[in-house]
Design a protein around this ligand. Structure first.
Ligand code: B1M
Length: 216
């Protein structure tokens, strides 16, 4: 297979061996971010489709996710950083309670960090109480929640209600992302229950744009 097809295939097949050499070669002709967005994410999309239609079993999805993470870790040092553009603000980021999916959240972390934000990444399965404690401790300017399961969209709603009931925290802008969300669910249903501002980010770059708008 040609290089980029082979790389995409590695994600789908969960094939770690030879990955570094292929990534090194890919970097000779494309920027790291483009490799992630166009090649690796396309592989993860196929994994999702195969899993969703019952053609792929969970352990293989896990293997694909591990190769994806390894690839992103390899590429991260090669990604562009806005060196002179630091201290733009602080965001607490987490995958919500009950949800283990973290590849997207970690991409958001990388993109925001590389563009001058301080990201407090709490990891997966985080209850709102932990998220809010961290927001207070780090004097966060915003809270970011990720979740890929349909049930996570319900958790996000409960989290926003909990933020309302805690008063001051309700003023914090909230950024939401993850495959199970839709823009209209966030901008209508969720905005309706939240006293602060809640925004939907389709991908990590929209997350960055929204943070820039929030901090402007
Ligand atoms: Co799971 N999984 N999974 N899974 N998994 C999905 C989400 C699913 C859609 C697959 C499917 O059925 N087709 C499905 C959910 C169905 C539903 O709820 N309706 C599903 C399921 C069912 C499950 C389990 C329940 C399976 C089981 O146990 N029977 C289980 C759940 C465990 C749990 O959470 N409690 C489970 C487990 C797993 C693995 C552990 C094997 C693995 C995760 C490994 C890991 O993350 N460390 C996994 C994977 C890999 C997937 C799929 C295939 C790929 C997800 C991914 O990493 N995509 C996924 C299929 C899919 O999403 N269509 C699936 C790449 C990633 C970059 O995209 O996270 O969407 P994403 O992030 C995007 C944007 O959404 C956005 O930016 C990113 C791109 O720039 N974004 C944000 C995300 N968060 C953001 C936050 C922001 C801003 C933007 O601001 C805060």
């Amino acid at each position: 297979l040609p290089l980029f097809e082979r790389l995409e295939r590695r994600i789908v097949d969960g094939e770690r061996e030879g990955l570094d050499a292929d990534l090194a070669q890919a970097l000779e002709s494309r920027p790291a971010l483009e490799i992630i967005n166009d090649t690796l994410l396309s592989g993860m999309k196929t994994v999702g489709e195969l899993f969703g239609s019952g053609q792929m079993q969970l352990p293989f999805v896990l293997a694909s996710a591990e190769v994806m993470k390894t690839a992103v870790a390899y590429l991260e040092p090669f990604m562009e950083k806005a060196e002179d553009d630091t201290g733009k603000g602080t965001i607490v980021l987490a995958t919500v309670k009950g949800d283990v999916h973290d590849i997207g959240k970690n991409l958001v972390d990388i993109i925001l960090t590389n563009n001058g934000y301080t990201v407090v990444n709490l990891g997966i399965k985080q209850p709102i109480s932990t998220i809010l404690s961290a927001a207070e401790e780090h004097r966060a300017d915003a809270v970011g929640m990720s979740g890929l399961l349909v049930k996570s969209t319900v958790i996000m709603k409960e989290n926003l209600q909990e933020m309302n009931s805690r008063g001051a925290a309700a003023k914090l802008p909230v950024l939401l992302g993850g495959a199970a969300l839709t823009r209209s669910y966030v901008e209508n249903d969720l905005q309706e229950v939240y006293e602060g501002r809640v925004s939907y980010a389709r991908d990590a770059f929209e997350g960055l744009r929204l943070m820039d708008a929030t901090m402007a």
